[in-house]
Design a protein around this ligand. Structure first.
Ligand code: PGA
Length: 266
């Protein structure tokens, strides 16, 4: 895993946006895996600003979001479909027909999850998957104890995630208990993963993910098995990484040709 420690969340977000924009320029029909939450907001702002400046065209791009709450309609103010609309899709030119988000109102959830996996395959697989990490070590909504071989399915949130996400709702009781999420295996299938993590509340999860054992107790640790995963963190989120100085040294000494080519390679 490549660990990139940046002075601020803004710089990490801008770097992730540059990587994704470079991919789209090299492969206009790129397939993006997208994430919600507080963490990717700066990333979406940076991409929307690049789009406004004419630097990136999303017209051929296809997207798949990681997860959605069950029981919330796409226009519910707290649904992830609405989040994506407000923070990203309304600001760029992605064709609505190319946007995929699990349907929180699906009647037959197993069939819906299978169809979601099939749609990812039919689109040619995800080129780059953006990820945040939960304070409990989840990716998507793959909570601790999730199978590292899991596919898109229904999950029950942990009490900790319900507490973490209650800030978006009137009260913790209003946070749905169930979600549909891509599985750990689905995420590992992406050709490249970009993980963003900011602030000291993420420091323990970041250290466990990058330097702890690969374990279902920290589903994000499965990314150690991914051949092309970059973790972009600010100083606070990096605070508990025992090899922080080494990561800084590696990044500072990276040959220029190595800085963006993985991103540019379609
Ligand atoms: P956050 O969530 O960005 O709101 O902290 C991250 C996550 O739960 O994956």
């Amino acid at each position: 895993m490549e660990v990139i420690i940046t002075p601020s969340a803004g710089e990490a977000s801008a770097e992730a946006a540059r990587i994704v924009a470079a991919l789209i320029r090299a492969k206009p029909r790129a397939v993006l895996g997208l994430a919600t939450g507080s963490t990717p907001l700066g990333f979406y702002d940076a991409l929307a600003e690049m789009h406004a400046r004419g630097e990136v065209d999303f017209s051929q791009v296809t997207t798949f979001n990681l997860d959605e709450y069950t029981g919330l309609a796409p226009d519910h103010p707290r649904s992830y479909a609405r989040f994506m609309q407000e923070h990203f899709f309304s600001r760029v030119n992605i064709a609505p027909g190319r946007i995929h988000i699990p349907d929180g109102l699906a009647r037959d959830i197993p069939a819906h999850c299978e169809a979601y996996e099939a749609a990812i395959r039919e689109a040619g697989g995800i080129d780059v998957q953006l990820l945040g990490i939960g304070s409990d070590g989840h990716i998507g909504f793959n909570e601790p104890s999730s199978s590292l071989g899991s596919r898109t399915r229904l999950k029950t949130l942990t009490e900790r995630t319900i507490r973490d996400n209650a800030r978006f709702f009137a009260s913790p009781e209003e946070v749905p208990r169930h979600v549909i999420t891509m599985g750990v295996r689905t995420i590992l299938d992406a050709r490249r993963c970009l993980v963003l993590a900011f602030g000291d509340a993420k420091a323990a999860a970041v250290a466990a993910m990058a330097e702890g054992p690969v374990t279902a107790d920290v589903p994000a640790s499965a990314l150690q098995l991914h051949a092309s995963c970059a973790l972009l963190v600010d100083e606070e989120a990096a605070a508990r990484l025992k090899r922080a100085e080494y990561y800084r040294w590696v990044y500072a000494n990276k040959p220029a040709w190595q800085r963006t080519p993985q991103a540019q390679r379609p």
